[in-house]
Design a protein around this ligand. Structure first.
Ligand SMILES: Cc1ncc(COP(=O)(O)O)c(C=O)c1O
Length: 408
């Protein structure tokens, strides 16, 4: 293993584990990434030494917790190029962020007869909330198809756009295909008809350098647990003009300015959208988690090693007879390989691979319409992070071949 990768792996104690006596190969990163020691240590600190509520008290523990919580928000704002810290709203994850927009944006800006556009490659989190909003408001949901290799069909999208479209909600990068969408083109065209754009960045945040200001998207949503932070924390970035006009999602403590029985006025951004006690320690963990993510993105040797592992994976998968990976040769694919193999069930393959120390995801991957476009049984997904390496790719391929041989 090269030095850059072995040094980076040292941040993650879990990666040196054995599973059933075999070295662990963790290729389920698109579901949840492993957690580095610096994040685990901050979680411990905030559970033991700064375990207090934020914004409300003047004692040392509360001030410490508030300070660390704020640093988490500042880290997120810097990482995605947000023009201000107030535009970073903490949620429980991508799903909660998208539901918040589907509820609050539609309540304020969508009327019967309007249209919302999504794509065929959406995770259920960026499909079901819009379907629900369409039912509530009498709105039509339109779906942009993906081409056979997983690319977003820009021509079909352009043909769908009209003044009736109020929201375009698309993934930055599909959790199945790993293909990045042409966001600049999608956003520019949406804005030309007056529609807002929400980007589901759950996977894109991991595999791209995100700059929400340059992208000019109206909303960007992502989860902490896919980028080294804990579960139960996520982000909604929004343009001020929308966030200020949208009604709050939930009512409760911390989101108000003044309250009387006759009338309540709401607090400033981001508090207006953060009712109740938040996941304080997880939010604070964005600081060390994103610091490490940035370090990885800026480490050329590590990125070269990751690219070499992905190339090896592509070549190896390509050589397996009866294996179908729709986006394998798509130049816009990064990090994620989803495939199915003739004559074997993905769940059986994954169960055997687990016994060989290899962790992958199988099934419909919360993207049922997309997966069923290609196969009814579901797929196997292997997803890589910068801490993965070529040796693990070879162990994965050997396990895959053995499992398929046993099942055929
Ligand atoms: C593209 C995409 N969107 C949304 C989600 C939902 O994320 P969460 O479960 O953290 O809310 C995921 C998770 O796999 C995802 O990959």
């Amino acid at each position: 293993m090269d030095k850059a990768t072995s040094d980076f792996r040292k941040h993650f104690a879990a990666l040196s584990a054995s599973v059933y006596g075999k070295p662990l190969v963790y290729f389920d990163n698109a579901a949840t990434s492993q957690r580095p020691d610096c994040v685990i240590e901050l979680q411990r600190y905030m559970s033991q030494e700064a375990c207090a509520n934020v914004h409300r008290a003047v004692h040392r523990m509360a001030m410490d917790a508030t300070d660390l919580y704020q640093k988490g928000r500042e880290a997120v704002a810097a990482f995605i190029g947000s023009p201000s810290v107030e535009q970073i709203i903490f949620t429980s994850g991508t799903t909660a962020s998208i539901n918040m927009v589907a509820n609050c944006f539609c309540r304020a800006f969508v009327r019967k007869g309007d249209q919302i556009i999504i794509s065929e490659a959406e995770h259920h989190s960026n499909l079901v909330p819009w379907q629900m909003a369409c039912l509530w408001y009498g709105v039509q949901l339109k779906v942009v198809p993906v081409l056979a290799d997983g690319s977003f069909d820009l021509e079909a999208y352009y043909a769908m756009l009209s003044k009736d479209v109020k929201m375009v909600a698309v993934t930055h990068m599909s959790n199945v295909l790993g293909v990045k969408n042409p966001l600049p083109e999608i956003i520019k065209a949406a804005h030309s008809v007056g529609a807002a754009v929400l980007v589901d960045g759950a996977q894109g945040i991991v595999h791209s350098n995100v700059d929400v200001s340059a992208l000019d998207c109206d909303f960007y949503a992502f989860s902490g647990h896919k980028i080294y932070a804990p579960t139960g924390i996520g982000v909604l970035y929004g343009k001020k003009e929308w966030l200020e006009q949208m009604p709050p999602y939930m009512g409760g403590g911390d989101m108000v300015d003044t309250v009387s029985f006759e009338k309540t006025t709401y607090g400033p951004l981001p508090l207006k959208f953060e009712a109740g006690t938040q996941n304080i320690s997880a939010a604070a963990c964005f600081a060390p988690a994103l610091n490490l993510a940035l370090e990885a993105k800026q480490n050329d040797a590590l990125q070269t090693s990751l690219a070499a592992s992905e190339k090896l994976m592509t070549e190896q998968l390509d050589s397996i007879e009866g294996l179908h990976c729709p986006s394998l040769h798509n130049p816009l694919r990064r990090g994620i390989f989803s495939f199915y193999i003739d004559g074997v069930h993905p769940a059986d393959v994954a169960q055997i691979m687990d016994k060989m120390g290899v962790a992958v995801r199988t099934g419909l991957m919360c993207a049922e319409p997309l997966i069923k476009k290609y196969t009814q049984k579901g797929m196997i997904r292997a997803s890589l992070m910068p801490y993965n390496n070529a040796q693990e790719v070879l162990q994965f391929i050997e396990a895959l071949k053995r499992a398929v041989k046993m099942l055929r």
